[in-house]
Design a protein around this ligand. Structure first.
Ligand code: FE
Ligand code: MN
Length: 337
């Protein structure tokens, strides 16, 4: 083990790797994503909620459709964040023994805890009924369908006897990673992002909107890590990447787009100012193409991006002062932590 050359490191099934020996690092992307995550530090309770509370409690400043859309998104995200955290800690971490990837997974798990905390904070601030919000994933069919879809895709690796030791099992594992990263975090969060950030652009629910901006920025890194992880597994195990398997994955991503559209129609049945379900559908197809291409598959929809402002938020550099000054302070003000 001492003489391990880092070129012998493998992302899966690496019997020569000591999981405690992180240096020298082979998978530089894992380290990059870790650093990006740390640079994006934030906590939800530093975002002021007073304006949101006033707006929410007002009688006529929010329409019924806007309220429905807000509740649906709080309902979906409130449980989706802990579902993701559980997946990372209970299954992915178990099978990925590579130390630099595990370092990132620990960081991601913390960020999911911050996201879970965000929805506790939103519920508390607005005085929402937790029994309503935290059961929407069971009671609202269009939300339940999304969660069930992810749980179905990802169930094989929760089997305690599951090992990534055969071609078929590595395929199953990659299939699960597509479910966690590309679909849950890369598609099922995005109608919600578009809805809540569009509301923010109209100066409504600005506290929750700011929190969604931070979450979107975090999720962008999660998705990038997940895609790099998938691509590296495929690169090191090229025998799994059959035409048939590629088609299975493409099909899964297309099904996810339809489920997310169904959810959109339910959350936003009539549309609100500047936002209609069919425009969000266009956006979902646009991002699905990006997700497909990111893991080496051909794009399918060729739809154009109806929300260029979404990419601006994702690409926003911290020094642009978009997220007020807080984020920059985290980076330079070591004493705060
Ligand atoms: Fe999250
Ligand atoms: Mn995430």
């Amino acid at each position: 083990m001492n003489s391990l050359n880092y070129h012998q490191k493998r992302i899966l099934n690496c019997s020569v790797t000591d999981p405690n020996k992180i240096l020298p690092i082979k998978y530089k992307w894992a380290r990059e994503h870790y650093k990006k995550g740390v640079a994006n530090n934030w906590v939800p309770d530093e975002v002021a909620m007073q304006q949101d509370i006033e707006l929410w409690k007002s009688k006529d400043k929010l329409s019924d459709d806007e309220r429905r859309m807000i509740l649906y998104n709080l309902g979906f995200f409130s449980t989706a964040e802990s579902l993701t955290a559980n997946n990372i800690v209970l299954s992915i971490y178990h099978h990925i023994t590579n130390p630099e990837s595990r370092q990132y997974l620990l960081r991601q798990a913390y960020e999911e805890a911050v996201h879970t905390e965000t929805f506790i904070y939103c519920c508390d601030s607005l005085g929402l009924d937790p029994d309503e919000i935290y059961t929407m994933y069971q009671n609202i069919p269009s939300i339940k369908k999304k969660d069930d879809f992810v749980i179905e895709i990802t169930k094989s690796i929760f089997d305690p006897n599951f090992k990534t030791d055969t071609k078929e099992n590595i395929q199953k594992f990659v299939y699960d990673l597509v479910g966690f990263y590309v679909i849950m975090e890369g598609i099922f969060f995005y109608a919600g992002f578009a809805m809540m950030l569009s509301l923010l652009r109209q100066n409504k629910m600005v506290g929750i909107g700011e929190q969604f901006q931070y979450i979107l920025r975090d999720e962008t890194v999660h998705l990038a890590f997940g895609s790099d992880l998938i691509n590296t597994i495929v690169e090191e195990n090229p025998e799994i990447w059959t035409k048939e398997f590629q088609e299975d994955i493409s099909k899964l991503i297309k099904q996810a787009v339809e489920l997310e559209y169904e959810y959109t129609l339910d959350a936003l049945p009539r549309g609100i100012l500047g936002l209609r379900p069919d425009i969000i559908y266009e956006y979902l197809k646009y991002i699905a193409d990006r997700r497909l291409e990111r893991i080496g598959l051909s794009k399918f929809y060729s739809s154009s991006n109806p929300f260029p402002w979404m990419s601006e938020i994702i690409d926003m550099k911290k020094e642009k002062n978009f997220f007020e000054t807080r984020v920059t302070e985290y980076q330079t003000g070591g004493l705060r932590w």
